[in-house]
Write a protein that binds this ligand. Structure first.
Ligand code: BJW
Length: 248
């Protein structure tokens, strides 16, 4: 039956033998849920503005109302979306391993909704409001430009912008998972944004078997396997290939 699947037998074998698995996901995993990716042909606000010119503190401070409008538009869009077969398959995959870490660059919470448990939200959470002065648990309001009720400073979306450090815990947990894993899957990311893009290389250097799943493979030299296809199709096949092997 292996001949009918896109999954290389050697990858199924590596996963069957693995104790620790790490998966890095990017915007492509949510594409089949209707959430636009960052760097492909886009619609609406994504078409007009590059993320690099909106997803920075400089852009925010220059025009907080505009940046908030962009993020509210995205919150509305994402709130209507549901996890797809790829998200669900990753949650199923997690149940098979003693140690499984899902590092996602996505801020859309769809892995949570899909049932994944051990998630590192590397670039934060689209739906969180945080105070630019660092107040804990700032109270949100619906003003065009929301301010912190504790200190009066601006509130901003709880995501990581360009030039900002990845939260320490997220960086620590994901680096540790990449270094320790036996197999690392890199799914639906263009691997252009660091330090996330460096995690697969770290895993490979540490001896892991690495695989990319992407309809437009990135050509990165760090991958042992490249599966060209949509994650909503390939990931369920991957899980099914493990089921077939364990039934044998
Ligand atoms: C499918 C599919 C389907 C389609 N199925 N696949 C080293 C070298 C060079 C530069 C740097 C470096 N280290 C740091 C930098 C600078 C910078 C950076 O990387 N710049 C590059 C652009 C050059 N990095 C940073 O600034 C980071 N911070 C940092 O390094 O801090 C250092 C520091 C230390 C101490 C103190 C202070 C600072 C922060 C990066 C933050 C990124 N933030 C964003 C926005 C988040 C908020 C928001 O959402 O608004 O994160 S940018 C954006 O890109 C977002 C994404 O998470 C991220 C990655 O994008 P992703 O997920 O890969 O999406 P796409 O669109 O690029 O790709 C989609 C893929 O899916 C494609 O390949 C498709 O083919 C595929 N696909 N359909 C599967 N159905």
């Amino acid at each position: 039956m292996q001949g009918s699947t896109a999954i290389p037998e050697a990858l199924t074998g590596a996963l069957r033998a693995a104790r620790r698995v790490c998966v890095l996901t990017g915007a492509g995993v949510s594409a089949e849920s209707g959430v636009p990716t960052f760097r492909e042909a886009q619609t609406g606000l994504w078409e007009k503005y590059r993320p690099e010119s909106l997803a920075t503190m400089e852009a925010f401070l220059a025009d907080p109302a505009f940046v908030w409008k962009w993020y509210r538009w995205r919150r509305e869009l994402v709130a209507k979306s549901r996890p797809n077969a790829g998200h669900i398959a990753l949650a199923e995959l997690e149940r098979r391993f003693d140690e499984f870490t899902l590092v996602t660059q996505n801020v859309d919470r769809l892995h949570r909704a899909g049932g994944s448990q051990n998630i590192v939200e590397f670039h934060g959470d689209l739906f969180a409001d945080i105070c630019i002065a660092g107040c804990a648990d700032p109270a949100a309001n619906d003003d065009e430009i929301p301010y912190c009720n504790h200190c009066g400073n601006l509130l901003r979306p709880g995501v990581v912008w360009f030039g900002e450090a990845i939260p320490q815990q997220a960086l620590y947990r994901s680096s540790e998972a990449a270094e320790r894993c036996d197999v690392m899957l890199c799914v639906g990311t263009s691997s252009q944004v660091y330090p996330a893009a460096g995690l697969t290389g770290l895993a490979r250097q540490s001896g892991a078997v690495t695989a990319e799943i992407n309809p437009e493979p990135t050509g990165g030299p760090e991958f042992n396997f490249v599966i060209a296809g949509q994650s909503g199709l390939i990931l369920p096949e991957l899980v099914a290939s493990l089921e077939q092997s364990s039934d044998e």
